[in-house]
Design a protein around this ligand. Structure first.
Ligand SMILES: Nc1nc2c(ncn2[C@@H]2O[C@H](COP(=O)(O)OP(=O)(O)OP(=O)(O)O)[C@@H](O)[C@H]2O)c(=O)[nH]1
Ligand SMILES: [Mg+2]
Length: 451
């Protein structure tokens, strides 16, 4: 998988019919393969789209000579009519001319191996392709542009400075911090630790953006849970009727709520019943509530609160939740002061759509919790792998800082250096300066063919 001395080929556009389909060839003999494939009057001019014929189609070919291409190698991209048959023929001809079928993500892997991008950026390419909300796309794009890469590079260069000074001291036989005082070293370490802390603060938000959150809707029968579910989805997905006990099973759909990817779960209305189906529905509802990142507790504002509402508010008190007072288009029968509850409250009408935008914003703000980001912010860290490595770096820095500030004088440089070195190794693993074949296999295995 890791040799780059052969030439690879793949269809880069999605399977099936399309207006245009692209075949991408990368490697040392991309030029040779494409000239065997294309009937050309003159050789391809670098970076010029050129009309040509293959043996069965009219195409436009573009040649990107190394190193100024996506992979850093010679690349030829052939745009053909988007027929699976035509594309397959071009692919097969390229293979008969010596190219090998690319593995998933192998173009991007080559870009990484050739130093065009680092590992964070390679992972961002896959995230960008997988993005389903604009916010996810923007977070991935920021990483592709190098926001995290740059922040890690700056942290690593401070670490490099400090390690160099401490290492230099080791050459002196007598003890003591020769090129940097222990106090100065410890404040440098604490400063770096602080920068990593700042990155880690974004992890929660980053994971929300990248992976999305699960929100369950809870409430008594007939308060309008399914109507709210449909309104948030902007689709008539769940059945709505005036009969209490309409929803019996969990209904789950993915929604884009204020840019966040949300898995929304509608549940059966909570009530005591002897109906076997409904009993199971209520049991499922309760299980869905406990696995949710956020619970929307729906109350009907057009009916006075009753014992069931109070019981539900008590039952869900320990969960991360918001209260949604529904049916605001009807005369209100109670107000906020009647609920002794600190949870955020939104007043909406699932019927008219009133208050739904405010509800969406409140959902996002509540999920973001302690780290509210403005609508334009995204997080630099969205990936669990990065977060775990940053945690490891922070742990090592903490030990180094403590060693430098030890009550009976700073610990010898060697020990501090071991910790600093560990922090650097973790950072290098984030960007992929240090990496293993297994890790690369894992990361690039989730790419699509042709990327
Ligand atoms: N006026 C008004 N009626 C609403 C509103 N939301 C829901 N309803 C009505 O309330 C009734 C019950 O709505 P559903 O969405 O089925 O309620 P539910 O909570 O899912 O009910 P179950 O599935 O039986 O637990 C229907 O007749 C809806 O049209 C609202 O905002 N305003
Ligand atoms: Mg329902």
């Amino acid at each position: 998988m890791f040799s780059t001395d052969d030439t690879i080929v793949a269809i880069a556009t999605p399977a099936g019919r399309g207006g245009i389909g692209v075949v991408r060839i990368s490697g040392p003999s991309a030029g040779v393969v494409s000239s065997g494939l294309l009937q050309l009057a003159t050789p391809l001019k670098p970076r010029y789209a050129t009309f040509a014929r293959t043996h069965g189609d009219q195409v436009v070919a573009t040649y990107f000579p190394a190193p100024h291409s996506y992979t850093g190698e010679h690349v030829v991209e052939i745009s053909a009519h988007g027929s699976p048959v035509v594309l397959r023929q071009i692919l097969e001809q390229a293979m008969s001319l010596g190219a090998r079928l690319a593995e998933p993500g192998e173009f991007t892997l080559r870009a990484f191996l050739n130093g065009r991008i680092d590992l964070v950026q390679a992972e961002a390419v896959a995230d960008l392709i997988d993005a389903v909300t604009p916010l996810q796309a923007r977070a991935a794009f920021d990483q592709l542009e190098g926001t995290l890469t740059e922040r890690i590079a700056s942290i690593d260069s401070s670490l490099f400075d400090l390690t160099a000074k401490l290492e230099a001291s080791l050459d002196f036989p007598d003890e003591g911090y020769h090129f940097v005082e222990a106090g100065e070293a410890s404040s440098a370490v604490r400063g770096i630790e602080h920068e990593i802390d700042a990155l880690l603060c974004e992890v929660r938000l980053g994971r929300l953006i990248r992976e999305g959150a699960r929100i369950a809707i809870a409430g008594k029968p007939n308060v309008g849970k399914s109507s709210l579910f449909n309104a948030l989805l902007r689709a008539g997905r769940a059945i709505v009727t005036p009969t209490p006990g309409t929803t019996r099973d969990l209904v789950t759909e993915t929604a884009d709520v204020d840019g966040m990817r949300i898995e929304l779960v509608d549940t059966a209305g909570l009530r005591t019943t002897t109906d076997e189906v409904e009993i199971e529905g209520v049991a499922r509802a309760r299980r869905a509530w406990t696995s949710a990142d956020l619970l929307l507790v729906v109350l009907d504002r057009s009916c006075a609160l009753d014992g069931d509402d109070v019981a539900l508010l008590e039952e869900t008190a320990g969960a991360p939740r918001m209260i949604v007072a529904n049916k605001s288009d009807l005369p209100a029968q109670w107000d906020r002061t009647e609920i002794a509850d600190a949870a955020p409250l939104a007043i909406v009408s699932s019927k008219t759509g009133d208050g739904l935008d405010a509800l969406r914003a409140l959902i996002r703000a509540t999920l973001e919790g302690a780290n509210p980001a403005t609508a334009r912010d995204t997080a630099a860290v969205t990936n669990v792998r990065h977060a775990a490595l940053l945690e490891r770096a922070r742990g090592a820095l903490r030990r180094a800082g403590d060693a430098l500030e030890a009550p009976d004088g700073p610990v010898a440089e060697e020990f501090v250096l071991t910790d600093l070195q560990e922090a650097r190794v973790a950072l290098e693993e984030v960007t992929g300066r240090r990496t293993s074949e297994d890790l690369l296999r894992h990361i690039f295995g989730r790419f699509c063919i042709g990327k």
